[in-house]
Design a protein around this ligand. Structure first.
Ligand code: ATP
Ligand code: ATP
Ligand code: MG
Ligand code: MG
Lengths: 259, 259
């Protein structure tokens, strides 16, 4: 039974997509079967994995707005790496919210992927930089939340809204949803701002025991690997980026959710 | 008559807010009267300028959904720096799109700020990381577009959608809208990815003559100044960040729009 993990932070550019791709790939190297679900209309996870879609490929857009008889297995495509599958996204997904505006149960659409849970060890969901219907669907389907948080001021501020939203989802739609942890990203120990924000995070009671020991350092190889459309563990396995994401995968396995 | 400039890039975390705050402040140091309009529901420009709102303060939410008799001057508040005014944002702005769903002319709401154009030399508009109704309103009101573009792969990819949207706005709503230029951000000349993406930008015909000579380098002081809620030119005037944004202000003045 898969661990279903939403990777979320409303602040833009904090490393959500980088975490989904690189943590997913690092887990697959630990012999875990991983499915990545791209719920961002900008489809960066799809693009970052070097996937070109056929005209008639199913995407998260069809999962959200398509007919009930959709077989979720038809939406899964292979990537170049064994053990790493993908439900791709498409720019049409940006229109899903308006298209589902008056439909009852529109927050439950992504649950259609439930049958896939028995096929994988991990399902990682990438999200857009907003707390819209797409992210609510991700929260309804997921059981765990992983929060990449840039050690920068605005990313810290975005956590209030995020935790409020998670609490609302737990109370009204999905009582199983739990924050597994927060992963500091773009960490540069030489700068006051990185160290300062890190101290604020560590002093925040809401995250007590939830801040991962693994910190993702600012590392040009991570951006370069995204440019070459490969996960960093398969692009340059001895880089800091590959090391950090491998350690993150190991720590996530240890912090196995208690469910 | 003010130059009204939308600072836009759908990709998250590319330096939109950093550019609005720091370019705005640098222009004010060149004796220009500047108004910043925060159209991001995450209100990072408002927060980054250290502004705490009173309970009854008017924000871009009221400009978008309030009554027609709103006096735009009432929505302007002072910042700690002379020559730098702000129309603040509020988290309620996230609900504006749904609230205006069936209202005719919902893309023209921000034009209510038109009367302010005669009071300022520059009006800079910050936008959220999406191409939603809020950004369309910004495009309807603005005359120029400034595109901060991180020298990273996903930010480059986001330009296609952005240019398509600008073209649609020009054809249907605002023929005056023009791309003034693209500003490379987070530039680190030591990394292959920064240099590589920069070369792709410079080779892109769509941006011929539009890429600013000034490049905003990756600089911890910019993030630190955001943490201290001050524009970098007022936080540490001899830092690379302050230097780059001062040069950007000077270049923007030279690239005065031909209108
Ligand atoms: N640790 C890191 N060091 C250096 N660059 C990184 C790191 N993590 C991510 N990046 C790069 O920074 C940019 C932003 O990261 P990414 O796109 O993954 O963030 P995001 O939160 O998914 O953004 P969005 O909010 O737009 O979806 C990307 O170009 C990515 O390759
Ligand atoms: N040139 C730079 N060097 C270093 N840090 C920067 C630079 N520009 C911006 N930053 C920092 O990086 C983070 C992202 O920048 P910013 O929030 O301005 O981007 P944005 O495009 O407005 O993001 P969003 O899409 O979420 O609105 C912020 O913490 C900011 O302080
Ligand atoms: Mg992303
Ligand atoms: Mg911003």
């Amino acid at each position: 039974q898969a661990r279903v993990i939403a990777v979320v932070n409303e602040k833009g550019g904090v490393g959500k997509t980088a975490t989904v791709i690189n943590l997913g790939a690092a887990l697959s190297k630990q012999d875990k079967k991983v499915l990545i679900v791209d719920m961002d209309p900008q489809f960066n996870a799809t693009h970052g994995l070097g996937v070109e879609l056929d005209e008639d490929a199913l995407t998260t857009y069809e999962v959200m707005v398509g007919d009930d008889d959709l077989d979720p297995a038809d939406a899964v495509i292979a990537t170049k790496w064994a053990g790493l599958g993908l439900v791709p996204s498409h720019v049409d997904l940006a229109g899903a919210e308006a298209e589902l505006m008056d439909q009852p149960g529109r927050e439950n659409r992504l649950k259609r992927l439930r049958p896939l849970e028995k096929e994988y060890d991990f399902i990682l969901l990438d999200t857009p930089p907003s707390l819209s219907l797409l992210t609510i669907n991700v929260f309804t389907f997921a059981k765990e939340v992983l929060i990449p948080c840039q050690t920068h001021p605005y990313a810290l501020k975005a956590l209030d809204d995020l935790l409020d939203t998670i609490e609302l989802v737990r109370e009204n739609i999905n009582p199983d949803l739990d924050v597994t942890g927060l992963v500091p990203t773009f960490y540069d120990p030489r700068t006051r701002v990185s160290r300062g924000i890190m101290e604020l995070l560590q002093a925040d009671e809401r995250f007590e025991g939830k801040i991962f020991d693994t910190v993702i350092r600012s590392n040009a190889t991570i951006a370069e690997s995204a440019w070459k459309q490969k996960p960093v563990v398969f692009f340059r396995s001895r880089s800091y980026g590959a090391l950090d994401y491998t350690n993150l995968a190991k720590e996530l396995l240890k912090r196995g959710n208690g469910k």
